[in-house]
Design a protein around this ligand. Structure first.
Ligand code: GDP
Ligand code: MG
Length: 702
């Protein structure tokens, strides 16, 4: 008796596969109302009736013959199941969006002939009752499916039934009765031979066609069998033989494609008709979204609304975060002071308090902001608004040498460049994809947020312009704007000079507006925060310790020297001549060095430096320390509003995140592009900062 089973979850993009995968496994992979969010296969184990089932969550696909990288994961899997029976999963869970049943059955019809038992989930049944669309029993019989279950991932309807069905499956280990058992009779074979010959010839003739169809492994007959497979399709093929033969001429590939979809939809419509299919509801549903879209994607209001939304998000980061930030700040300070009182004086206490607590605490404070930013991004995606933005922006994106599908990666870039770079895989055109990757690190990610917040909070006055626009919020938006605008300009420049292959078509389906699944939003936020904290825990703790050491040593006669004479101070002084024209002193220089590991480290670095420098035992307030710091050489303040702006501008552009370049290396498969990025970003950071600082001096700021 078999004990281990493998099920693959397949279906169209955005049909709810990942939501169902998460329900079954208790994991929380990213669910999103944006086609193409799952770009790789994800696997996990579940246990049903004391048997193991491996579940594989695949990216969505409309057909096994689609082009983009995420869909090729599916295509390659299905093709290998075709050619090699041993590689097949024991079953397929096919997720079909009931609000668009007919189209969802197309890919399904390609999976049918594999003779793998299929469980169909009619998902989104909370929106439309499947029983009003189709007679489920008849559908099950006519397609000869293992089981069909009405399902709702958001309401968890059908989960119990699915588990029962899976249990039944593993108990009996039933296999589906073979669907295409009827081979062609020899007379039919003869009739279809001319057609097979043409296809075969073309397969031989054109390597491109073979590659495009990825079906080179098949002889003409089995090719046609696999392509059209079903008895009723075969019957239709025979019936339409003459029409087809006369239609097939030079443009073979196109004809095979339209031929296939004609026949498949003929077959699907046939079965649906026999299963009392009605499609009234779909119209209603669409029109509701359409009404909303009339406003939200209006050619004038649409973009205005979008920009307004972005401004609202950034201002709320300041407004809503200040209370929890102050709370965390006081928590960290009192924790540090407590530890200080309870540990014996000495080097160990200095390390814990001035090194670790000051360093890690300095960054943890920014958690509320990151959560707020993430929260809004998740909402925009989950409601389906992002897909609209993709279309709204497509024309503009194309003008800038990008692609409509670059919008989502760029938007994710505001959280972190890394997921953004990975999600460029949905862009089917290599050139547009590469350009998107190259400019993504210019988008201000959440690691810059602590830097902006610290500098703005300390040096930009909290005043309101016209009693409405907060200056702090505006400066913040300006920083994001600077990065974003530069990204677009460079995209245009890069696309002019790159000679990569381009295929800039945008095929994407607009999903209806949906209420986000609260639990999934919540889980994503938790995940994101954990990631941030673990990061703070690992990288920042490590760097804080090293830095504390570099700042506190060498010791002379057991006494700490001035920071300026410490190892770190020497490093800072070493690069000071280079960064002086930007308005930076050696302390900021140390921050620039350490922030190569991750940008937010600059904050913990400053926090550590000022805490070590401070003679008193209590933890200091970083903002105050920075404000009061006087440069002994010039007698002027080290930090001024102008210096703060110069620092921020530097951080907008600088190539400072090792992890990003590692990802770019894997995604582009060469060191050429990450090196190029480091080069152009560093040059840009230096030049822009230099310009801003000196222009500021010229205008009379100090
Ligand atoms: P995938 O692309 O097939 O993996 O789809 P996802 O699991 O990412 O879900 C796509 C969108 O549909 C998300 O916005 C989900 O919140 C939403 N969704 C998934 N299942 C249901 C459902 O049963 N009902 C409703 N109303 N929305 C759902
Ligand atoms: Mg998915």
């Amino acid at each position: 008796m078999k004990n281990k089973f493998e099920f693959s979850i397949l279906g169209n993009p955005n049909s709810g596969k990942t939501a169902i995968f998460n329900l079954l496994t208790g994991l929380n992979q990213k669910v999103s109302n944006y086609p193409g969010i799952t770009v790789e296969k994800k696997s996990s184990n579940i246990r049903v009736n004391n048997k193991d089932i491996i579940l594989n969550d695949y990216p969505g696909s409309y057909s096994i013959k689609s082009q983009s990288i995420d869909e090729s994961v599916v295509r390659n899997a299905v093709l290998s199941w075709m050619s090699n029976e041993d590689s097949r999963p024991d079953g397929i869970i096919y997720v079909a969006d009931i609000t668009n049943l007919r189209r969802n059955l197309y890919f399904f019809s390609q999976l049918l002939p594999l003779d793998i038992p299929i469980i169909v989930l009619l998902n989104m049944s909370d929106i439309v009752d499947p029983n009003q669309i189709v007679d489920i029993d008849k559908l099950k019989k006519n397609f000869n499916i293992f089981d069909i279950i009405p399902f709702s991932a958001s309401k968890k309807h059908g989960l119990k039934n699915l588990k029962i069905t899976l249990g039944r499956f593993v108990e009996t280990n039933l296999t589906q009765p073979i669907n295409n058992s009827l081979k062609l009779s020899s007379s039919n074979k003869n009739l279809l031979k001319p057609l097979f010959d043409i296809i075969n010839n073309h397969l031989k003739l054109s390597k491109k066609i073979i590659e495009d169809l990825s079906l080179s492994i098949f002889s003409s007959e089995s090719f046609c069998n696999k392509l059209f497979f079903n008895d009723s399709v075969k019957a239709q093929l025979l019936k339409e033989r003459n029409r087809i033969l006369s239609a097939i001429d030079n443009d073979m590939l196109q004809n095979i494609r339209t031929l296939e979809s004609d026949l498949r939809y003929g077959f699907i419509d046939d079965v649906l008709y026999k299963s009392d299919y009605k499609k009234i509801k779909k119209v209603k549903l669409q029109s509701k979204s359409e009404k909303i879209d009339k406003v939200l994607t209006h050619s004038i209001f649409g973009p205005i609304l979008y920009v307004g939304l972005l401004y609202f998000i950034f201002q709320s980061i300041f407004t809503f975060a200040s209370v929890p930030m102050d709370f965390i700040d006081s928590l960290v300070t009192s924790f540090g002071n407590n530890v200080n009182r309870n540990l014996p004086e000495g080097i160990f206490r200095d390390l814990i308090v001035d090194g670790i607590i000051a360093g890690v605490g300095g960054v943890v404070i920014f958690l509320p902001q990151i959560i707020i930013l993430m929260f809004f991004m998740i909402l925009l995606e989950d409601t389906g608004y992002m897909t609209r933005v993709t279309f709204m922006m497509d024309k503009f994106m194309r003008m800038m040498g990008l692609h409509g599908k670059s919008v989502l990666p760029i938007m994710s870039g505001y959280a972190c460049a890394i997921p953004g770079i990975i999600s460029t895989r949905t862009i089917d055109s290599w050139k547009e994809r590469l350009v998107t990757i190259l400019i993504l690190p210019l988008i201000s990610c959440s690691a810059r947020l602590p830097v902006y917040v610290l500098m703005i909070g300390a040096f930009i006055p909290n005043v309101y312009i016209f009693n409405f626009f907060g200056l702090q919020g505006l400066v913040m938006v300006a920083m994001y704007f600077l990065g974003t605008v530069t990204a677009f300009i460079l995209a245009k420049v890069f696309s002019k000079f790159l000679s990569e292959r381009s295929n800039p078509t945008l095929i994407m389906e607009i999903p209806p507006y949906r209420l986000p699944i609260i639990k999934s939003v919540y889980k994503q936020l938790i995940n994101r925060s954990k990631l941030f904290l673990v990061n703070a825990g690992k990288i920042i703790m490590f760097i804080s310790i090293v830095l504390w050491f570099l700042v506190s040593f060498p010791k002379i006669d057991g006494e700490s020297v001035q920071i300026s004479d410490s190892y770190a101070g020497k490093m800072g002084h070493l690069i000071e001549p280079i960064i002086e024209p930007l308005g930076f002193d050696w302390k900021i220089g140390i921050g620039l060095i350490t922030s190569f590991a991750a940008r937010e480290v600059v904050v913990s670095t400053l926090s550590t430096i000022y805490n070590v420098e401070d003679d008193g035992d209590d933890m200091i307030n970083l903002k105050d320390a920075m404000k009061n710091d006087i440069n002994p050489k010039t007698g002027k303040n080290v930090f001024t509003p102008l210096v703060a702006v110069s620092i921020m501008v530097f951080f907008v552009y600088a190539a400072q995140c090792v992890a990003t370049f590692a990802i770019v290396r894997t995604e582009t498969n060469t060191w050429k592009w990450p090196m190029f990025m480091i080069g152009y970003m560093t040059a840009l950071a230096y030049l822009m900062s230099y310009f801003v600082y000196n222009f500021g001096l010229y205008l009379g700021f100090s």
